[in-house]
Design a protein around this ligand. Structure first.
Ligand SMILES: Cc1ncc(COP(=O)(O)O)c(C=O)c1O
Length: 370
């Protein structure tokens, strides 16, 4: 049976079954996580969770108000804890943002873009339209959203969903352009899942405004920053009234005790953040340039820890060769609206693994030419 292309990267277990190998044998460039995670602080959290007696994170019910976690996140951002709501990954919080957005008119999402917002809107029978980005894109940013579109954005018929930096292109949107858009919409949802990885990302963040602004929701995730996709931890910043309503709607204890303990330990890890910024500041441009030298491949400029590449021809044979011959997974982009078999997305990993990717690419491209 023909399968639809995956809507998400990082499907290690599925790929291992398909390739008849163990997930540990795969080199994953399809999900974009920090390559040297998780932070060492997580070890202490796990030790305490296993050995801490009846109040330990694994044994006791989590605090239903997540007070300590909310305080830790609030302190990190210099905002009030009542404006923070932790979630079971950013994905869970999109669902609640979508519940609000679904009743405010036709939503706008950028295409190609991260498809989970549509999943969330569909839960509440919400409607959406796509606003098409110009491709290939020429700038990594910070740039104005309006300048990167194929057509005029305004007037908008309802809420707007923005990913900053954008996925899959890696464009960083300027804070100023987002503030202008905020004036035009009944609700602006800004997904900043990747923003804390970028060396100067915080300068473009709308998070400091979200605690007070009734038409703004900012969503963050620790998945990428700390390489803890399996833990599931994100948070929303919005007005206390909005978040109080979401908390009434959802299941009790949506964030498990281990995730809450991890969040308290990791959110304030400044040396970790600096290490991530140093890595991306060096490795992102290095991989971009190295890929750009490969014949037949175009590499879009990216501020993020992933690169969108394209070719005049289908890149599916290349993707399959990387997977089958080299056990390297890259993001098949056919599930992104507006992209086809000529596009792939690659994570930026560490130098050793990036070089392994380049060697494998060279072998496949040389075979192609032979
Ligand atoms: C742009 C973007 N936002 C959010 C998420 C999901 O984050 P989480 O793992 O916290 O649910 C992803 C995952 O790929 C993503 O690409």
């Amino acid at each position: 049976m023909a399968q639809n292309p995956p809507r998400h990267g990082g499907n290690l277990h599925q790929a291992a079954r398909r390739l008849d190998c163990r997930p540990q044998q795969l080199l994953d460039f399809s999900a974009s996580l920090v390559p040297f995670g998780p932070p060492a602080r997580l070890r202490g959290v796990l030790r305490r969770a296993l050995s801490g007696g009846p109040a330990a994170a694994l044994v006791a019910y989590p605090d239903r108000s997540y007070g300590e976690l909310r305080e830790a996140i609030a302190l990190h951002h210099g905002i009030d804890a009542s404006a923070v709501l932790p979630g079971n990954g950013a994905a869970e919080l999109f669902t609640w943002a979508a519940r609000d957005a679904a009743v405010l008119g036709v939503n706008t999402v950028l295409a190609p873009g991260f498809a989970d917002y549509q999943r969330a809107l569909a839960c509440w029978h919400g409607h959406w339209r796509s606003q098409v980005l110009q491709l290939p894109h020429r700038e990594a940013g910070p740039q104005a959203v309006g300048e990167a579109l194929a057509g005029p954005l305004l007037p908008l018929p309802g809420p707007l969903w923005i990913t900053n930096p954008h996925n899959p292109t890696g464009q960083l949107w300027s804070r100023e352009s987002l503030l202008q858009l905020l004036e035009q919409v009944p609700l602006l949802v800004v997904d900043e899942a990747f923003l804390p990885l970028l060396p100067h990302g915080e300068q473009q963040s709308l998070l400091p405004l979200a605690a007070q602004h009734p038409r703004l929701v900012v969503i963050r995730s620790l998945t990428k920053l700390c390489a803890i996709a399996g833990v599931r931890l994100g948070y929303a910043v919005a007005t206390p009234q909005r978040l109080h309503q979401w908390a009434q709607w959802r299941d009790p204890w949506p964030v498990n005790g281990l995730a809450a303990a991890a969040g308290i330990a990791l959110i304030s890890d400044q040396p970790w953040q600096r290490r991530v910024h140093r890595w991306l500041g060096q490795e992102g441009p290095w991989l971009q340039q190295a890929l750009g030298r490969r014949p037949g491949l175009q590499v879009g400029p990216s501020a993020a820890n992933y690169l969108l590449i394209s070719s005049e021809q289908s890149l599916q044979p290349l993707r399959l060769e990387l997977e089958q011959r080299h056990r390297i997974l890259v993001r098949d982009c056919r599930s992104f609206e507006g992209l086809n078999e000529c596009w792939l997305r690659l994570a930026v990993l560490d130098r050793g693994r990036n070089q392994r990717l380049l060697r494998a690419l060279d072998q496949v491209l040389a075979l192609d030419r032979a």
